[in-house]
Design a binder for this molecule. Structure first.
Ligand code: URA
Length: 231
């Protein structure tokens, strides 16, 4: 075998060419995956739009349609990897047709921003899409008539991690009839999706001392998200 010795300068030259090539490939890979995300977002946006229009429509499947002002479908990034699910729209949400825009929503938005995210990065929805009169708890029949629509929304968005805000969300989606204080922060992996229950923002407003626990759950949610994204 012919062994050729190269000088130190030549070696540096080869290494810097390799480094430049590696950086180009890295940027190219990032560009390609960004393009894929844009396409995925546009496709899911259209699917959600059609689903809302054709399947949910001007829903009259339960009595909440008689008292609601607006149906609150959900909003955010249709290709989000992280989704938050609350209980039901309140007065402000009913007025605006958007989830979590009242006092609890302001707090939720701050918690999300504390993670370095914006509301547009994630998706927010509720267990039911119409406001119960005087913000009473949703009834079982209301949850049952709305659930197929939430499940279809989750199927389209296909988030890797879902944060369940409060016990109604926990019970309706996981069937866990447990106090949120007993399960908060735990990670439930079901059919390749991670569910993490924590306190509802409205409960934090009434019990401000628990905010640190919720911040901890939110931070751990980000770790869980990074972990599943690596897989
Ligand atoms: N509480 C919820 O559970 N959802 C909202 O959208 C607002 C308040």
């Amino acid at each position: 075998m012919l062994l050729q010795t190269i000088s130190e300068d030549q070696l540096y030259e080869v290494l810097s060419v390799l480094k430049r090539r590696y950086e180009q490939l890295f940027l190219w890979g990032k560009y390609i995956s960004e393009q894929q995300r844009v396409k995925e977002k546009a496709k899911k946006d259209e699917l959600l739009r059609k689903f809302k229009l054709n399947d949910l429509g001007d829903c009259k499947r339960c009595k909440l349609c008689q008292t609601r002002k607006n149906l609150v479908f959900g909003e955010g990034n249709p290709a989000a990897r992280l989704m938050f699910i609350g209980e039901a729209p309140g007065k402000e949400e009913d007025e605006q047709g958007k989830p979590f825009v009242g006092r609890a929503g302001v707090l939720l938005t701050k918690l999300i921003e504390g993670l370095g995210l914006k509301r547009q990065d994630i998706y927010i929805a509720n267990i039911i899409k119409c406001r119960p009169p005087s913000n009473r708890n949703p009834e079982l029949n209301e949850i049952q008539s709305c659930k197929p629509f939430l499940l279809q929304q989750i199927k389209i968005i296909d988030p890797k991690v879902i944060v369940l805000l409060g016990s109604c969300s926990l019970k309706s989606l996981l069937g866990e009839d447990k106090q949120i204080s007993k399960v908060r922060g735990r990670q439930f992996s079901i059919h390749g999706r991670m569910y993490i229950p924590t306190y509802h923002p409205a409960y934090i407003l009434r019990n401000p001392l628990i905010i640190d626990l919720v911040k901890e759950d939110f931070r751990n949610t980000m770790f869980a998200l990074r972990k599943v994204q690596e897989c």
